[in-house]
Design a protein around this ligand. Structure first.
Ligand SMILES: [Zn+2]
Length: 351
């Protein structure tokens, strides 16, 4: 991504800064994580540590979350980046901060899962709410942001919206539309599941119908977004069919709705495509157009993310026939459910 940003001259602006994160203090992690779990993470790789059932109970030492020496330091650096972003936005003069490495939205308060150990997003959101801010969380990663949802499900000061491939066909097998939060948080968890195969049109139909009205009425001070690129049709884990068109459009809507914006990368398992999409996202969020400084100079030589189409952007791709009908019908039901059950909580009249 950094290569592409410099190649497309997207990182030269005088109002941008590239900063290294400081590892976050343990006390900050404990804003959302249980101390016992943090201690287990810290013990990984220490000489006197033996693998224990406690670790396995906390999801550590599994296939998705191996007990890798140094994992605590890695997580504390990643979370430091997201928390630094929150602090730059709150009082540091920044309008938008992007931590591409952040976005570990599956980690729970007391356990690891789905490649995630520490929930950097939840830590940053919690810190922002303690500073008195209303925070809306928007998650467009292909996977349901279950970790963030669980941590804030019972609260009405954080609005959590996740649009994702349905749990019928992908991890974490949850995030259905009926889950709208708990207790005082009822109506503040919003899940928009999509059928596998859904393309830009299906995704944007749901996104447009649900997200802007909720953000308009919730009036967040700060939006925190996870922009995983695993919704792309070339992603090897997800089963959606988005192109750069749908992805970029969602990024632009998020940008327009957000007074201030903290962005984390999240997933993306086609590494070249992910780098290209995050580069496009950065350009959109900064309001600049990617300019290939070398276009025409290298004689058509293409590499990595550009090998397919010759640009950062994809050719159009549209799903049709039966599959498209099924995806559209499903998503219309989801939107109708949310308009009926969630919009009234926010005083939004049916549209
Ligand atoms: Zn993902």
């Amino acid at each position: 991504m950094m290569d592409l940003l410099s190649r497309y001259t997207l990182i030269h602006e005088t109002d941008q800064r590239v900063m290294a994160p400081e590892p976050v203090r343990e006390e900050v992690l404990c804003l959302v994580h249980e101390r016992r779990y943090i201690e287990l993470l810290q013990s990984i790789g220490k000489e006197d540590t033996e693998f224990s059932m406690d670790m396995l109970g906390a999801g550590l030492g599994t296939e998705d979350n191996p007990a890798i020496p140094g994992i605590y330091d890695f997580c504390s650096a990643v979370t430091g980046g997201t928390v630094l972003g929150a602090r730059l936005i709150d009082g540091g003069g920044a309008r938008m901060v992007f931590n591409p490495l952040g976005g570990f939205h599956h980690a729970g308060a007391d356990h690891a899962e789905g490649f995630c150990y520490i929930n950097d997003l939840a830590v940053a959101i919690e810190e922002l709410t303690r500073r008195g801010h209303r925070v809306a969380y928007i998650d467009i990663d292909v996977h349901f942001g279950n970790g963030v949802r669980d941590i804030f499900a019972a609260r009405d000061d954080v609005l959590c919206i996740s649009i994702h491939e349905s749990g019928l066909s992908i991890y974490p097998w949850s995030g259905f539309v009926e889950d709208i939060g708990e207790g005082p948080g009822e109506g503040y968890t919003v899940n928009i599941p999509l059928l596998q195969g859904s393309d830009d049109a299906v995704f944007l139909y749901a996104f447009d119908a649900v997200v802007p009205p909720l953000i308009d009425s919730f009036r967040p001070d700060i939006v925190v977004a996870t922009i995983g690129a695993d919704t792309h049709r070339d992603d090897p884990l997800g089963h959606l069919n988005l192109t750069s068109m749908g992805y970029e459009r969602a990024i632009r809507i998020i940008d327009r709705m957000s007074p201030k914006l903290l962005v984390a990368g999240g997933g993306g398992y086609n590494v070249y495509k992910t780098a290209a999409l995050w580069t496009l996202a950065w350009a959109a969020l900064c309001g600049i157009e990617p300019m290939d400084a070398y276009a025409g100079l290298i004689g058509g030589m293409m590499y990595g993310p550009e090998a397919q189409s010759g640009t950062l952007r994809d050719n159009p791709y549209v799903v049709s026939g039966n599959l498209k009908d099924q995806c559209m019908e499903y998503v219309r039901d989801m939107v109708a459910y949310l308009k009926y059950n969630v919009f009234p909580v926010h005083g939004i009249k049916g549209r």
